[in-house]
Design a protein around this ligand. Structure first.
Ligand SMILES: [Mn+2]
Length: 452
């Protein structure tokens, strides 16, 4: 399906970018001052060659660079920022006839930069001040960097200052995230149609890519497209090219990217009505209850704990446990069925930076005991964007462990066996936290596209 153009960049990005950059300059200036630096130099990233080959791995621009400029395809660019001056973009413009060099950007954001084309790294160095002794550099340690004599490479304290504030998205960033959600939803709708038509995992991925109009390396992460029991593998990465003989369920965790910002969306589809479809509906209601708890001032760890309380009730109602919901919670049975965190920060990275920080200088906030995979422990603030992704899975190694200890008597094993061929359920939306609640970027995008 061709990309619906109405999902692409709206005109208001130009108006939003200026204030975004002004705020970024201001907080970068404060961070540099707090950490004893006079300037910042950020690298977009290096192309990584494959050993003994003339190919390179797909390029991924570094997030600390993408926060400055929505350039995610061009290696060896730099942003140089000195407080009091407009940021400079040293744009990699090689002379090349093997590959097509990127054209100098001309877009809604470029007027805010002084853009300097640089043929190679030595031209980039020549465009910078002669001494970089008070400059902090962020990026990989490429070969020539030592001779550039920067003041510090990836100084931890400065990076923490910058990462801490990245959790709060500007209106410009929120708009990029909305567009990324709309693109991702186009992919999900196309994938759901392919599943209904009996497609293989591989064909469902092709439908997703065509739906959002992006190639795989443009996506924020490799889609998880799992039919039947494959849904029990949390980061399932195989794309079977043949459809299974029996089509029971699809778990698809896939997002799109816009302006360097990600969406991260999961839906679970049942092929037919029945117990599994009913369980998906129950998990959807539970997910919506959790979303309703989100708002500024809420401790994310409390949301995670609440998810386990609600999951215990779902397990009880679905007859998957033989004990009470309270006992399932207390004995750790819910963690057999939901072994991952309830959600994470989302932005320039799918698992965005700064999820554990108490303050820029103040150390980290611990995860709740027994929950080692939670990626966010901060108290929510207006402007945070988080995912809400409860799950319920039938994971063989976790079930095997529970079968051999005290939890065995609390699980209704014949029910587990009946549902195990369906793999698992995850439902994931992206939420922008507000003072009074949240904006559900995913559900709004589905509603606008006429889906769910
Ligand atoms: Mn996620």
């Amino acid at each position: 399906m061709p990309l619906d153009d109405s999902a692409a960049a709206p005109a208001n990005l130009a108006a939003l970018f200026g204030p975004h950059l002004t705020a970024l300059c201001r907080r970068t200036e404060a961070a540099l001052q707090a950490c004893g630096f006079e300037a910042l130099l950020v690298h977009s990233g290096s192309l990584l060659p494959v050993f003994q080959d003339d190919r390179t791995y797909p390029f991924e621009a570094n997030a600390p660079f993408k926060v400055w400029a929505p350039l995610w395809e061009v290696p060896d660019c730099f942003v140089h920022f000195e407080p009091g001056r407009p940021p400079r973009l040293l744009f990699h413009s090689p002379t090349d006839y093997w590959y097509k060099p990127a054209a100098l950007p001309q877009d809604y954001w470029t007027a805010h930069f002084e853009i300097v084309p640089c043929a190679d790294l030595s031209a980039a160095r020549a465009a910078l001040p002669s001494s970089l002794a008070r400059t902090a550099y962020l990026g990989e340690d490429f070969g020539a960097l030592e001779s550039w004599a920067v003041g510090a490479v990836n100084p931890t304290r400065l990076m923490r200052h910058l990462d801490f504030h990245r959790a709060i998205k500007s209106p410009y960033e929120l708009e990029c995230l909305r567009i990324a959600s709309r693109l991702g939803v186009q992919g999900h709708l196309a994938a759901a149609r392919a599943f209904a038509a009996g497609a293989s995992e591989y064909e469902i991925e092709l439908a997703f890519l065509a739906g959002c109009g992006q190639r795989e390396q443009e996506l924020p992460y490799n889609p998880i497209i799992a039919l039947n029991e494959n849904g029990a593998v949390l980061h399932y990465q195989v794309l079977e090219k043949r459809p299974p003989p029996q089509r029971r369920s699809l778990l698809i965790d896939a997002g799109a990217e816009f302006g360097g910002y990600a969406s991260d969306i999961t839906r679970t589809h049942a092929a037919t009505a029945g117990d599994f479809a009913a369980l998906v509906a129950q998990m959807d209601r539970m997910q919506q209850r959790l979303c309703a708890e989100v708002g500024a001032g809420v401790d994310w760890r409390d949301i995670h704990r609440l998810a386990h309380r609600l999951l215990a009730e779902v397990l009880r109602e679905a007859d998957l446990i033989t004990c009470s919901a309270e006992e399932a919670l207390a004995s750790g049975v819910t963690r057999v069925f939901l072994p991952h965190g309830i959600g994470h920060l989302l932005g320039l990275e799918v698992h965005d930076a700064g999820g554990f920080m108490r303050s820029p200088d103040g150390g980290d906030i611990d995860r709740p005991e027994g929950h080692p995979y939670l990626r966010l422990t901060r108290t929510l603030e207006s402007g945070f964007v988080v995912t809400m992704e409860p799950g319920l899975y039938f994971i063989e190694p976790l079930l095997a462990a529970a079968r051999s200890d005290a939890r065995a008597g609390r699980i209704h094993w014949s029910r587990v066996e009946a549902l195990r061929p369906y793999g698992g359920i995850r439902i994931e939306d992206d939420l922008a936290v507000t003072a009074t609640g949240c904006e559900n970027l995913t559900r709004e995008a589905f509603a606008a596209a006429g889906g769910s």
